[in-house]
Design a protein around this ligand. Structure first.
Ligand code: SF4
Length: 392
């Protein structure tokens, strides 16, 4: 990075992020470790860029310092950079920046009175020294040395638990560091379908007739066009969504809905942690109990997978303990294939699921964010920035 570049900086402090910034941008800030780089002549201090138009001295109101103002200003900046360090300060330069001639160290380095050490090649001894700063034995890398308590979300959700269990590092990127991700078409499509069906059934609950054309109109209004590869991909998915809705309409429009609630929110206390979620649909059953229905887009799961699905267990727990219902049937409705896969849960299943949630939350609070690279990294939003991403 050259002087003047000023990339967006992570706003998070007290966690193991690296902030890249100019000396100007660092004013007023302090960090445990500071690296000042490019400390060679013509880079720090930079060459004096003279004003395009010389301002007549008579027009300048303040008293100008005597001597070379540019060098004095650069020296002040150098001092600002050095004094940002709380614990370690590294002043670094290279002999070769790609030009023909070897670079000369910045004159400011000499002024510090520090002895320069040439690190031509990282020897074993040197790498051991580096290791104590950022290597695996570094205190700066010890998750427990970093207080993340205040960064852990106060409310947990199934998605958070699922993300952590798939890859703790992915959880950290998403929920602790909150690194934004690009729009994802699968999420856009799923949200569109959920919102469309919610409005379709809400209208019917209020006694309104909803035709297939009305359903298409809702779909077009709810359509989220983000995250698709290109226009062709977007159009294909849009058309496939219409086909899914047509099939859904043909199956359900003639019958009578027996809906107790749509998009029902719940709050649960699980081992001292607040747990939040939303159930897509709750239907009344003749047994006096209810059927919990979760709409899914994407590939259908097998009966075996649904029988041990954690989300289904959490919904059963929520229906019983937070909503006071009797969840006799738990169904994942795979919209694209039209399959409904139903299951049940015993009280013992709920107890075991709670224990798993408590254990996961404890690990999150302890700051345990080991990477779990698998073939799933190919679909991870952070694969381009993750040093552990599975490459096959
Ligand atoms: S790329 Fe893989 S290892 Fe890295 S955060 Fe994502 S899932 Fe985890």
């Amino acid at each position: 990075m050259e002087a003047g570049d000023n990339p967006a900086q992570a706003e998070l402090e007290d966690i193991d992020t690296i902030n890249l910034m100019t000396v100007h941008a660092s004013k007023g800030l302090e960090y445990p470790v500071v690296f000042m780089v490019n400390l060679v002549a013509d880079r720090f201090p930079t060459r004096n860029k003279r004003d395009v138009i010389d301002v007549p001295v008579e027009l300048i109101k303040e008293t100008l310092p005597s001597g070379d103002e540019h060098i004095q200003e650069e020296r002040r900046l150098f001092y600002v950079g050095m004094t940002r360090a709380q614990k370690y300060l590294y002043l670094t330069l290279a002999k070769n920046y790609g030009g023909k001639r070897e670079k000369v160290p910045s004159g400011f380095l000499g002024e510090t009175g520090l002895k320069m050490e040439y690190v031509g090649k990282v020897t074993d001894e040197k790498s051991g020294g580096q290791d104590t700063l950022f290597g695996i034995t570094s205190p700066f890398r010890d998750p427990k040395a970093i207080n993340i308590e205040h960064l852990v979300p106060q409310t947990m959700s199934y998605t958070q638990i699922d993300t952590y269990n798939a890859c703790p590092l992915k959880y950290k990127y998403s929920y602790i560091l909150r690194i934004p991700t690009l729009p994802n078409y699968a999420l856009s499509f799923g949200t569109t379908m959920h919102e469309t069906l919610k409005e379709f059934h809400t209208k019917r609950m209020f006694g309104k007739e909803v035709s297939l054309e009305d359903l298409y109109e809702i779909y077009e209004r709810k359509w989220i066009p983000l995250g698709y590869d290109d226009e062709k991909h977007r159009t294909e998915r849009f058309e496939s969504g219409k086909r899914v809705l047509e099939e859904y309409f043909n199956k359900h429009a003639a019958g009578k809905d027996n809906i107790e609630a749509l998009e029902k929110s719940f709050n649960l206390r699980v081992g001292g942690t607040n747990f939040f979620g939303r159930i897509d649909r709750i239907d009344n059953l003749e047994s006096g109990g209810v059927e919990i229905i979760d709409y899914k887009t994407g590939t259908a799961k097998s009966q075996k997978d649904v029988d041990r699905d954690a989300q289904v267990t959490i919904y059963a727990m929520a229906a019983k303990e937070a909503l006071g219902l009797k969840p006799d049937l738990l169904t994942l409705y795979f919209l694209e294939s039209g399959e409904r896969v139903s299951t049940t849960r015993t009280p013992d299943d709920l107890v075991k699921q709670k224990e798993k949630i408590v254990e996961t939350v404890e690990n999150i609070k302890k700051g345990e964010f080991e990477a779990n690279p698998t073939i799933q990294c190919g679909w991870c939003d952070y694969k381009d920035i993750c040093p552990f991403a599975y490459k096959g």
